[in-house]
Design a protein around this ligand. Sequence first.
Ligand code: OAD
Length: 253
Amino acid sequence: MDKKNKMEFKKEFVEKLKEAESLLFFTGAGISAESGVPTFRGKDGIWNKLKPEELANFNAFIKNPDMVWEWYQYRRKIVENVEPNPGHYAIAEFENYYKVDVVTQNVDNLHKRAGSTSIEELHGSIVRNFCIDCKTYYYDLDEEFENKVPKCKKCNGLIRPDVVWFGESLRGDAYPNSEQKAKSCDICFVVGTSAIVYPAAYIPITAKEYGAYIVEINLEPTELTPHINYSIFGKSGEILPEILRIVKDRNHN
Ligand code: OAD
């Protein structure tokens, strides 16, 4: 930071920002950490305390649907009671200056609540549910389903959250759409992700293969860091608004 407390960024990156027309933000749990949503790995990560094999896979749900449902209700409550942070809002505001796509691994709906309009949710969304038998979708389920898994009104099947569990394939067109966006962006920002869960982590790799400039924003180096053009270490809720500021200053001067 200089005397005016402005962050300094690498010249090459500032030049790329000037030339770019399209930005892709590939995000993970870290972007929501400053909103108060726990990440999965690291010191206070969810997977340090709880076992994904007991909570985030289909067999666990069939074996103990109420327990898995209750855990997702708990996480739903967390995300409903937090707000998007300056990182989410900055990404939404970049739309005033660029074509912007968001590809997120998060299920927390915070990009949408911040106002981003092009979002691929690779791992689904915690605000959607569907019947495992007839695939009917359910959004706002009543409070009565706090601790007990709801049953489908049409066929009495179990209703599950529309999130991708371990061992499952990504649903719908989320991956091919994301891949397309990776192939056509000018700058790909990799924000708040350990980038170790595939196929999601292929997205920034694809972007690089197709010529994008790759910028990582994370508290610490990740497996992807050796392949990154520019790594910025720090909090995304502080760094993204500073990058937006460069763009705004340029446009307003
Ligand atoms: P992780 O918990 O693996 O990684 C979070 C990353 O965010 C770490 O690299 C942190 O260093 C970084 N981080 C934390 N706070 C940050 C901040 N304020 N600013 C910037 N970076 C910060 O989360 P994901 O990479 O999203 O999958 O995990 C990927 C997938 O693994 C998740 O989508 C989930 C999980 O199992 C499914 O549920 C299918």
